[in-house]
Write a protein that binds this ligand. Structure first.
Ligand code: 13P
Length: 257
């Protein structure tokens, strides 16, 4: 039995205008049962322009669903056109922020160094980073995927103290499983999530690492969530496509109870 409280996080990616986001948030709120809050943390990460409205839905309903952002910039303020600061997210009640998603690394040039700066800025602003790591199919086929992911984890947490890292979350998202319908098997996902925890233990000590949450993401859905979530080092999911329908998202939440 794990003592970590699972986290089910929905990454809406670039989907839903404000009015669409409010409808989805309301459906999630309506289906959410209050007594789940003891057993599982739930979070949705809408596009930044939707955050305030989505947060408003959950606040109004007193539904214990947190909101998270999909990206942040590490500088506190200034001439950084198009960027959003930690304080901006904080003031609208963001509890989490995804950083280093493979789509941002591949399409928008996000680097391990940038992820590290963002992690530090978020921790300083008391927002929990959800640090995404994961290998491409080429790296997996070559066989060096554990080392590849360990390097990403070490880089993301460079210069961060154990006391600061405890609330951070790591999400293992193999690129070959994202949006492809090709999920990692529970054993494949567990192997890497366990390696991530071992790396966190090297960095922060076993006790802190045992308390940190490591999620799996990549084509997680209603059909495969239960088996993935049953693995000892998988403490939740980062859900893309299946988080865009309240019914499937809530079924995954239930699988984590
Ligand atoms: P899918 O669940 O659509 O594969 O996306 C996973 C993901 O990238 C979540 O961040």
């Amino acid at each position: 039995m794990t003592k970590r409280k699972p986290l089910i996080a929905g990454n809406w990616k670039m989907n839903n205008t404000v009015s669409e986001a409010v409808v989805l948030a309301q459906e999630i709120s309506n289906g959410y049962e209050k007594d789940w809050a003891e057993l599982v943390d739930v979070c949705v990460c809408p596009p930044s322009v939707d955050l305030k409205a989505v947060r408003g839905v959950f606040l109004f309903d007193r539904t214990k669903v947190a909101v998270g952002a999909q990206n942040v910039y590490y500088e506190p303020k200034g001439a950084f056109t198009g960027e959003i600061s930690v304080d901006m997210l904080s003031e609208i009640g963001c509890e989490y922020c995804i950083i280093g998603h493979s789509e941002r690394r591949e399409l928008f040039g996000e680097t391990n160094e940038g992820v590290n700066l963002k992690a530090k800025a978020l921790i300083a602003g008391r927002i929990k980073p959800i640090v995404c790591v994961g290998e491409s199919l080429a790296v997996r086929d070559e066989g060096a995927y554990l080392d590849y992911v360990r390097v990403q984890v070490r880089a993301a947490f460079a210069g961060i103290e154990a006391s600061e890292a405890a609330e951070a979350v790591v999400a293992y998202e193999p690129i070959w499983a994202i949006g492809t319908g090709r999920t990692a098997t529970p054993e494949q996902a567990e192997e890497v999530c366990a390696a991530i925890r071992a790396t966190l233990a090297e960095l922060f000590g076993a006790e802190v690492a045992e308390g940190m949450r490591v999620l799996y993401g990549g084509s997680m859905n209603e059909g495969n969530a239960e088996l993935l979530l049953a693995m000892p080092d998988i403490d939740g999911g980062l859900i893309g496509g299946a988080s865009l329908k309240a019914g499937s998202f809530l079924t995954i939440v239930k699988a984590a109870l």
